[in-house]
Design a protein around this ligand. Structure first.
Ligand code: SF4
Length: 560
């Protein structure tokens, strides 16, 4: 690589211990006195309670009837965020308050635990997009579907339709147990170590919507997989259960805690215990209660579980979990083996029942109501009742009989869903960005799509040689929703000064990645000091990086 500018790791803030001698808002240590405005209103009335007011008051009286503490607070507990008012440029993001930035429309997130969608659910998701969301639908990198342009007047009807087919927006956002990432191949993969579906279902049934777990210090992200490709980004969740085989106890899970990115990235750590499948939900419940009871509530930007883990370390975490929450010791367990393949599941593959699963890539997760309808028609045609979304903004159609595969691939291509995407399309992700996000500084989705198209054209002569993934993660601000620090090329949106003028651009991070076939373990990328690229120059920059890598690589050297 020619880029050899000084670099710096991004981790230190997450490892700083809390200041001693003052309350850090840990309920079990300091008592429950609220230490900031969010903690005050959360204690006064939890977020779940706002649903009744949405149905009985706000949906009838309209946007203007919603008070600020519900609008920018409790609505999140039901998956609702106001979206960015159109026309506000990124330079004003930090200057305006939430009210000034907000439009009268909402982003609505539908939680799809394990990324699982039935055909009937898919039809409902498509209809909601057409009728209430101006045809929008994005696949998030947490296996959710996100709509835009939702009016509060329509929310009760949307809930009614979702819940009639077993879907929900409960705790899709907020300081709650968010959607549980699950292997998209749960129950179907030939090489699966263990099917996580029963554990996901048990946690969902027992704990999502539980008022006892609805006031956490911050969000709580979960991931569970039993697939050897390690397909749920387990290193960047608050809790992950990763399928392993214990030499004496058989198949179960390895427990990881304390991962998270944002502006203080930290990779999860192994606790070192083996979790039997039948106790996995109980262990999850123990970990989330540790977070509730011991998590830091003084400062919201230092509240995620990763800060507690940085202070305690995995040994103390294990001890507290065993002594105070489970009342028994857990056995030691083995770590997961190196990933056996790419975890995005793109392409056509054999299931254990002889049918095929087909993984396809939209462009940076952007689909639409039309695509959802087209997918539903395709699935009905081939007799499939199961679709799964992946944590890589891809989708997988399950249960396709062999005789329908070729036709299904053609229909997916016509819908703009490629089963054999270029490496640039396959390995590029983008967050919501300035189009709808109030925190954004720059545009992301269109910038990424333009970059993919340019690279496909310009690098056509070397694409064959590119036998190792180069991931490009495009983010509209430092919050890292599209994982700046775990990409080969991570892009953090900011304004860049060119000849005295500020233009949209990115700070470049290099060298990050999750555990994969190419690397034993995850690593955080490094900020390349002084290396910023404008949005317009992004295709030039990536082309230079790729060509330099191909020119200078050692035999069999991977980009990571
Ligand atoms: Fe919004 Fe920033 Fe997250 Fe992108 S990274 S979705 S701009 S908060």
């Amino acid at each position: 690589m020619t880029v050899t500018v000084t670099s710096s790791p991004d981790a230190p803030p997450a490892t700083r211990p809390p200041r001693p001698g003052r309350s850090n808002g840990q309920w079990k240590v300091d008592g429950a006195e609220p230490l900031n405005a969010n903690e005050v209103w959360k204690q006064q009335e939890g977020g779940l309670g706002v649903r009744e007011r949405i149905e009985q008051v706000y949906a009838k009286e309209g946007f203007g009837s919603i008070p600020p503490e519900d609008l920018s607070g409790r609505f999140r507990w039901w998956g609702l965020y106001t979206q960015r008012r159109p026309g506000i440029d990124g330079g004003r993001t930090a200057q305006l308050d939430d009210t000034e930035l907000s439009d009268e429309y909402f982003m609505l997130r539908v939680r799809l635990d394990g990324g699982a969608i039935s055909l009937a659910q898919l039809r409902v998701l498509a209809d909601i997009s057409h009728e209430f969301a101006r045809g929008t639908a994005d696949i998030s990198d947490r296996q959710n579907i996100q709509y835009h342009w939702i009016r509060v007047e329509d929310v009760p009807e949307i809930w009614r339709r979702l819940e009639a087919v077993g879907l929900q927006t409960t705790e899709a956002c907020g300081d709650t147990p968010r959607v549980i990432l699950g292997s998209p191949l749960a129950g179907v993969a030939q090489d699966e170590i263990i099917d996580p579906t029963p554990v996901i279902d048990e946690i969902l049934g027992l704990y999502v919507g539980d008022p006892e777990l609805a006031n956490l210090p911050r969000k709580f992200k979960s991931a569970i997989t039993g697939h050897p490709s390690l397909d749920v980004v387990h290193e960047i969740n608050d809790i992950s259960l990763v399928g392993v085989v214990h030499p004496q106890l058989g198949a179960g899970y390895d427990l990881w805690v304390g991962g998270g990115l944002s502006t203080s990235p930290r990779l999860a750590e192994r606790v070192g215990v083996f979790v039997r499948p039948e106790e996995a939900a109980e262990v999850w419940h123990g970990v989330i209660r540790i977070f509730r009871d011991y998590g830091y509530r003084r400062l919201r930007n230092k509240a995620r579980l990763k800060f507690l883990l940085a202070e305690w370390g995995p040994e103390k975490f294990r001890q507290v979990l065993q002594d105070e929450y489970l009342g028994r010791e857990l056995p030691d367990g083995p770590p997961p083996a190196r990933a056996t393949g790419p975890g995005d599941h793109v392409g056509v593959h054999l299931q254990k029942d002889g049918n095929r699963y087909i993984g396809a890539a939209p462009v940076v997760g952007r689909i639409s109501g039309d695509v959802l309808t087209g997918l539903a028609d395709l699935m009905a045609h081939v007799g499939s009742d199961r679709l799964r979304l992946t944590p890589h903004q891809k989708l997988v159609v399950l249960d396709v009989p062999g005789r329908f595969v070729r036709g299904a691939v053609t229909r997916l291509e016509k819908l703009g869903l490629s089963t054999a995407p270029s490496p640039f399309r396959r390995h590029t992700m983008a967050c919501t960005g300035i189009e709808f996000c109030k925190l954004a500084i720059v545009e992301t989705k269109a910038t990424a799509a333009t970059t993919i198209a340019a690279l496909e054209q310009r690098l056509a002569d070397v694409t064959e040689q590119l036998d190792t993934p180069i991931s490009l993660n495009v983010n509209g601000c430092p919050n890292s929703c599209a994982r700046i620090q775990t990409a080969d090329i991570g892009l953090k949106g900011q304004l860049v000064t060119i000849e005295g003028e500020q233009v949209p651009g990115f700070q470049v991070h290099l060298g990050g990645g999750l555990a994969s076939v190419d690397r034993d373990e995850a690593g955080l990328g490094r900020t390349v000091r002084g290396l910023k690229v404008t949005a317009d120059d992004l295709p030039d920059y990536v082309e230079r990086v790729v060509r330099t890598f191909l020119d200078q690589r050692e035999p069999a050297e991977t980009f990571s």
